[in-house]
Design a binder for this molecule. Structure first.
Ligand code: HEC
Length: 223
């Protein structure tokens, strides 16, 4: 830039030295993967976020990945480019209490505000603009940088079925608290569920296994 100005002055013919126009298509973005195993990727579009001055960066979250609570020393202006971004504030990590922002949305993270956010069902790409130098302070660094925000959808579906059985079948003869107050090993749960079946719970072989898995996972006891 300086040399351009010098050339311009030297030539005397140019009133103003002009910087070249910059165009970057999505395909030209050079992504760099974080080294923490989270799968989160970053790209610098303009400037240098580690240095004073304006920077433009992009961040890509793989599906189901969210940052744990943190804050930055500078205001950050965030635009969602792709996917639905789930945004939360505060000191607790509560993925279910996040506010979804669709592509085209904007959010300002003011300096110092504690937040957590990321992707749930699909990949998310953000463009972030701020005045460097940036930094990230984790509220609980011992927990790492990111966390899986959604369980395996297939597993979540099994859990839903198990809960449906407990509410619809198991709670017809006694309260659900009789179940949730019990702690048992997997073998003991299998015995209980089989015994309840012989009383008339009427679960199929598959549902007996599914429920036994669910109960021993959530109301388990080490053998
Ligand atoms: C037909 C009525 C009936 C249904 C349906 C039923 N229970 Fe029971 N459950 C009982 C009775 C009666 C008891 C009291 C103990 C007994 O008689 O064995 C009991 C006791 C229990 C207990 C207390 C611990 C124990 O070993 O006795 C647990 C836990 C339990 N049931 C879980 C379940 C689960 C899980 C289901 C759903 C798969 C279920 N029950 C469905 C009638 C039922």
């Amino acid at each position: 830039m300086k040399s351009l100005v010098l050339i311009a002055i030297a030539l005397g013919g140019l009133a103003l030295a002009q910087e070249p126009v910059v165009r970057i298509t999505p395909e030209q973005v050079t992504w760099v993967r974080d080294t923490d195993g989270s799968g989160v990727e970053r790209a610098t579009i303009s400037g240098d976020p580690t240095k004073p001055g304006l920077y433009v960066i992009q961040v890509k979250f793989p599906p189901g990945t969210m940052s744990l609570n943190h804050f930055h020393p500078e205001d950050r202006h965030v635009t969602v480019l792709k996917g639905t971004w789930y945004t939360g504030t505060g000191d607790e990590f509560l993925p279910d209490k996040t506010i979804p922002l669709k592509p085209g949305s904007y959010m300002k993270h003011p300096a110092g505000v504690h937040h957590f956010d990321g992707a749930k069902d699909e990949e998310v790409i953000l463009r972030i603009v701020g005045l460097g130098p940036t930094g990230t302070t984790r509220l609980r660094p011992e927990l790492g940088n990111y966390k899986k925000a959604v369980e395996d959808p297939a597993k979540a579906e099994l859990d839903r079925t198990a809960k449906k059985h407990i509410d619809g079948i198991c709670s017809t003869c006694h309260t659900a608290t009789l179940i949730t107050d019990t702690q048992a090993t997997r073998d003991e749960w299998l015995d209980i569920v089989m015994r309840m079946n012989s009383k008339g719970a009427g679960l199929s072989e598959i549902d007996v296994q599914l429920l036994t898995d669910y109960l021993s996972k959530n109301y388990g006891k080490k053998p």
